[in-house]
Design a binder for this molecule. Structure first.
Ligand code: AMP
Length: 114
């Protein structure tokens, strides 16, 4: 499996502000936040893009969503609401090829997202 920035965050070879962790999922602050709260939630197993999600990943994808729910409730943003985004490949402007859900909260989001 190829190394990415996020696999290095998982193995702690580069630092990150980790705000959530369980057996399968890691959540850490985005280095370039686009909202008062901007956390990246990633599975600890490497899946390069949304296109690479297969039926065998059903459980970890559910765990990713459960982790986000736990965190949103923990920081008191569950009822206010938030946005979760996963960028895919060039048109989606994906830059790190280890799937990650952007969790954005703490302000009114706009639509269309641009
Ligand atoms: P994407 O463009 O969807 O692939 O998102 C990659 C995200 O990773 C961007 O929002 C970056 O700001 C963020 N990022 C890049 N390097 C780091 C880092 N060292 N720690 C935390 N977030 C990072």
């Amino acid at each position: 499996m190829s190394e990415t920035l996020f696999s290095k965050i998982i193995d702690r070879s580069i630092p990150a502000e980790i705000v959530y962790e369980d057996e399968h999922i890691l959540g850490f602050n985005d280095i370039n936040p686009q909202a008062p709260v901007h956390v990246l939630f990633i599975p600890k197993i490497a899946i390069a893009t949304h296109n690479d999600i297969k039926p065998e990943h059903d459980q970890v994808i559910a765990q990713l969503h459960h982790a986000i729910n736990i965190y949103a409730k923990e920081i008191g943003e569950d009822e206010n609401g938030y946005r979760i985004v996963m960028n895919c490949n060039a048109n989606g402007q994906q830059t790190v090829f280890h799937i990650h859900m952007h969790f954005l909260a703490g302000r009114q989001m706009l639509w269309p997202p641009g």
